[in-house]
Design a protein around this ligand. Structure first.
Ligand code: SF4
Length: 327
């Protein structure tokens, strides 16, 4: 099959797409040192949070980008490092978000299908998606709570911006899935070794809470942090406000937030200090339910009132949460 420059450019911008895979399959590429270095460079940028939109003027530039993407995934497959994989997935997601804003609607739909969302429908100016896909891929943020949307026959209305955000989230999940490799080329192994040396020596969760010291909702967010998962803005805000109200200092709080794959010390410190200045109080459990972070039924009114795990909470019952939201 013949490919045109437009196909190459599309494939370079979205190297996980089916079009990129077709193009790559039609070429023969050696996993040599040059390829491994390209992958190393992509991962280093992800590690440093550098997200750059590129312009591809020639097929060769586009092929180089696809090779770089493939090599980065091979290195990740060899390393099996959760922190780096999360950083990389966030970078791929942000790149996609940056490119998708200029994309034609038909390309957006085809790309969404490549990462598992085939339910977008446009009816005039109305854009909707299937509720199951929405629940799976919408960011965990209060803005995307289902309760604030008018469900119509199992379909959720969304804006164009939300569609792009949801696809970017699906790209992140897709990028996190790194298949294991049977035979790893020596150049990739060497690049993986070099990459290990660049990883920050993160001490997992230096702030030492004892088991059961925090309410289950906060433990759940801390657990995501420990696994270097990308906690949504509302979750980070809840955690920050909780820690501030527990009297935890900035330095210890930064150690917690340093586990986030998109951690930036300056921004994190600014947000913590901003929350301190505003004197935010920990929201009540009913609000935490509304934010989607309540995971148990502790029979207290506010997570800050948690007094240890002397009485393990019963698992959260769906109907009770519904009552809390209504109440
Ligand atoms: S009931 Fe309150 S403290 Fe318990 S998990 Fe839910 S929000 Fe947190």
């Amino acid at each position: 099959m013949a490919y045109f420059l437009d196909d190459y450019v599309f494939a370079a911008k979205y190297p996980f797409s089916s079009r990129a895979k077709e193009i790559m399959r039609s070429m023969s590429i050696n996993a040599d040192e040059e390829m491994a270095n390209a992958g190393f460079s992509r991962l280093s940028s992800a590690l440093n949070g550098e997200i750059r939109r590129k312009v591809f003027l020639h097929e060769d530039d586009a092929v180089r980008e696809m090779v770089e993407y493939g090599a980065a995934r091979m290195i990740l497959s060899q390393m099996r490092n959760r922190f780096l994989t999360s950083k990389y997935a966030v970078a791929e997601s942000k790149k996609t978000f940056a490119y998708l804003g200029d994309e034609a609607p038909e390309n957006i739909i085809s790309l969404a299908a490549d990462v598992g969302i085939s339910s977008f429908r446009e009816d005039g100016a109305r854009l909707t998606m299937d509720v199951a896909d929405f629940l799976l891929y919408a960011p965990r943020d209060v803005h995307y709570k289902l309760i604030s949307r008018g469900l119509d026959a199992g379909r959720v209305p969304i804006s164009r911006h939300e569609q792009i955000r949801i696809i970017s989230e699906a790209v992140k999940k897709y990028a996190e899935r790194i298949p294991a490799m049977q035979a790893v080329p020596p150049a990739i192994k060497a690049a993986a070794e070099k990459m290990y040396a660049l990883l920050p020596k993160i001490e997992p969760q230096k702030i030492s809470f004892k088991e059961g010291e925090n309410p289950p909702c906060i433990e759940a967010i801390l657990d995501m942090m420990r696994k270097h998962e990308n906690v949504a803005h509302t979750g980070r805000w809840l955690l920050a406000v909780y820690l501030i109200n527990r009297g935890v200092g900035n330095e210890d709080m930064l150690k917690v937030f340093a586990n986030a794959p998109d951690y930036n010390e300056k921004i994190a410190l600014y947000q913590i200090e901003h929350a301190r200045k505003r004197g935010y109080k920990m929201p009540n459990c009913s609000s935490v339910v509304g934010y989607g972070y309540c995971v148990a039924d502790c029979r207290i009114t506010n997570p800050i009132n948690w007094r240890g795990k002397s009485r393990p909470p019963p698992p959260k019952a769906e109907s009770k949460n519904d009552e809390k939201v209504k109440g």
